[in-house]
Design a protein around this ligand. Sequence first.
Ligand SMILES: Cc1cc2nc3c(=O)[nH]c(=O)nc-3n(C[C@H](O)[C@H](O)[C@H](O)COP(=O)(O)OP(=O)(O)OC[C@H]3O[C@@H](n4cnc5c(N)ncnc54)[C@H](O)[C@@H]3O)c2cc1C
Length: 374
Amino acid sequence: MLTEVNIAIIGAGAIGLAVAREIAQEKNEVFVFEKNRTFGLETSSRNSEVIHAGIYYPEDSLKTSLCLQGKSMLYELCDRHNIHHKNIGKIIAAADENEIAQLEKLYEQGRKNGIEDLMLLSRTQLKKLEPYIEARAGLLSPSSGIVDSYNLLKFFYTQAKERGAEFVFNTEVIGIENTGAKYKVQIRDREGISAFISRIVINAAGLNSDKIAQLAGIDVVKAGYKLHYCKGEYFSLSSKYRHLISRLIYPPPEQAGYGIHITLGLDGRVRLGPNTRYVETINYEVDENQKQAFYNSAKRFLPLIKLVDLEPEFAGIRPKLQGPNEPFRDFVIAHEEKSGFPGLINLIGIESPGLTASPAIAKYVGRMAEELLN
Ligand SMILES: Cc1cc2nc3c(=O)[nH]c(=O)nc-3n(C[C@H](O)[C@H](O)[C@H](O)COP(=O)(O)OP(=O)(O)OC[C@H]3O[C@@H](n4cnc5c(N)ncnc54)[C@H](O)[C@@H]3O)c2cc1C
């Protein structure tokens, strides 16, 4: 039975795993608590698996800096450790004058963010690269890519274990009490409810991260930590669409997401998604009634697509700090010392580009933990 640990990480998604890998060392005693039977069963396995370039977010945001660092780190990691990935590039396509103006703004934003290789494409240039795509113009992002998220997560998990991290599955954190210098963490597993003491608590609980912060005693409404669930559904296209495109094809972004894009799996499979639907509860079913909207959206750029070739595939849910029609919100990655919770590190609102940024987020949190341990 656990009595006292140095570092408790809540959540074994991409973020909890990457952080565990970063800070695990025998002397650090890192324990990862996960309510599911194994790692990566929530948002980290329900996404587009895109290695994002970092174009969309403000230049001074964590989303930009951690996405850019994460992208380079991820390509290097994947190369070095044979994690299946491909640097296939992406095109944001514009169907009309309005969207062309949006592309120009994105190009400027991307340049401000330090992305040097973006290229505006004329219709002819775009057609040469993607003959089946119909658009007035495009923005090419050569550094975007795709990664096998399961293998990435497995790599983080295996290395974290090799470095001494302990994983406690089927165990839900249900209480966190600030006892002054340390935290009393209450857990529920098959045997019932028990508690242990931890010096540092890292909240990487994804869709539950606001609730975990609340459990610890933070007023999440006042802190601006309340999460909104924003569902993203995917439809697959039948196998005859394989190899029709060779890059990711996106529309210009929407208010709450990147827009329904045409994505490519590492196996060449083509899928459409995700849409953006704010929802009240976590339910991963795909609503068949969305099919027509997906079709309409994709048909603008892929005119040969047929409605009958779309099949509901899967859905993910974004842990969004930004509510409907609200302005941009950055990741929250905070040591809560100033709010009276020394040793509590919250990661809240880690939506896209969280997978891309995961190794960089881990370094960022690793530095915070290091300071606390010294
Ligand atoms: C539709 C969609 C598409 C996306 N596409 C991309 C993309 O293409 N590229 C990209 O970079 N990013 C993308 N993202 C974002 C990316 O998937 C996330 O940022 C990332 O997976 C977040 O990882 P996480 O570890 O924070 O969350 P999760 O993977 O959700 O992990 C959190 C873990 O905490 C556990 N947990 C929660 N509460 C408790 C508790 N009380 N006790 C114990 N365990 C608990 C959960 O069971 C879960 O396993 C997308 C997201 C969505 C939804």
